[in-house]
Design a binder for this molecule. Structure first.
Ligand code: PGA
Length: 250
């Protein structure tokens, strides 16, 4: 299975900045001596998706969004339907990121409903799970992540899971290789237990949380790590390109 390196730009980038960043990444990838060994995805804020789509069209780099609504249309002021994202050529949508779970009170149930709507619209959901610092300190990381998987993934889930320990997001403090390996092994076992042998084994599991050019090589070479969801380092073309290179050499 090819790894996926996904950039989560979060709430960053006016259209001119988004355009420049997408162009720098497209150029960097096409000027590299070898084509990337990983699949690549950029998830800009909603307002920059059309701009990024124009830059990336035909490049082989995919684009997606960071959230969507669970309805196809209707009276939902301020929300964006999954079909609207498909309309812009988006292929993926990040769902249940911890920043949405915490700042917008998204429950597993909400994430599951969004997932169903995204898949119905033809988007590949990237469902984020991960324990908080307190939960890890209490030794509850597997319980928490197991419940999140059970609650957030609908029947027939055909998407991607991202394990992102909350305490590692945006802190510069990524999980240790031992922790990543242990949690990815656990997530894989849980996916197989909950979805069945074939479906559970086929789901890529990304790691996210302070991935940078220095730690990407080690993280991406761990078993059961199907790629990376990169926040801060995806806003710098040079750093993101160097992370991509680690996927190639992993
Ligand atoms: P980070 O963010 O790489 O800045 O830690 C990762 C994420 O939130 O997806």
């Amino acid at each position: 299975m090819r790894q996926l390196i996904a950039g989560n730009w979060k709430m960053n980038g006016l259209t001119a900045e988004a355009e420049a960043l997408a162009e720098a990444i497209r150029e960097g990838v096409s000027n590299a001596q070898t084509p990337p060994a990983a699949d690549l995805l950029l998830c800009p804020p909603f307002t920059a998706i059309a701009t990024v789509a124009r830059v990336l069209a035909g490049s082989g780099i995919a684009w997606g969004a960071q959230d969507c609504h669970m309805s196809d249309h209707g009276a939902h002021t301020g929300d964006v339907a999954p079909g609207m994202l498909r309309d812009l050529g988006a292929s993926h949508v990040i769902l249940g990121h911890s920043e949405r779970r915490h700042h917008h009170n998204e429950l597993d149930e909400t994430v599951r409903e969004k997932c169903v709507a995204a898949m119905r619209a033809g988007l590949i959901p990237i469902v984020c799970v991960g324990e908080s610092e307190e939960q890890r300190a209490a030794g509850q990381e597997q319980d928490v992540v197991g419940w999140q998987i059970k609650g957030s993934l609908p029947d027939g889930f055909a998407g991607i899971v991202a394990y992102e320990p909350v305490w590692a997001i945006g802190t510069g403090r990524s999980a240790t290789e031992e922790d990543v390996a242990a949690m990815h092994g656990f997530v894989r076992a849980e996916l197989i237990r909950q979805l069945g042998e074939d479906a559970g084994a086929a789901i890529p599991v990304l790691y996210g949380g302070s991935v940078n050019p220095d730690n990407a090589g080690a993280i991406l070479s761990l078993p059961e790590v199907g790629g990376a969801l990169v926040g801060g380092a995806s806003l710098k073309a040079h750093d993101f390109l160097s992370i991509i290179h680690h996927a190639e050499t992993a």
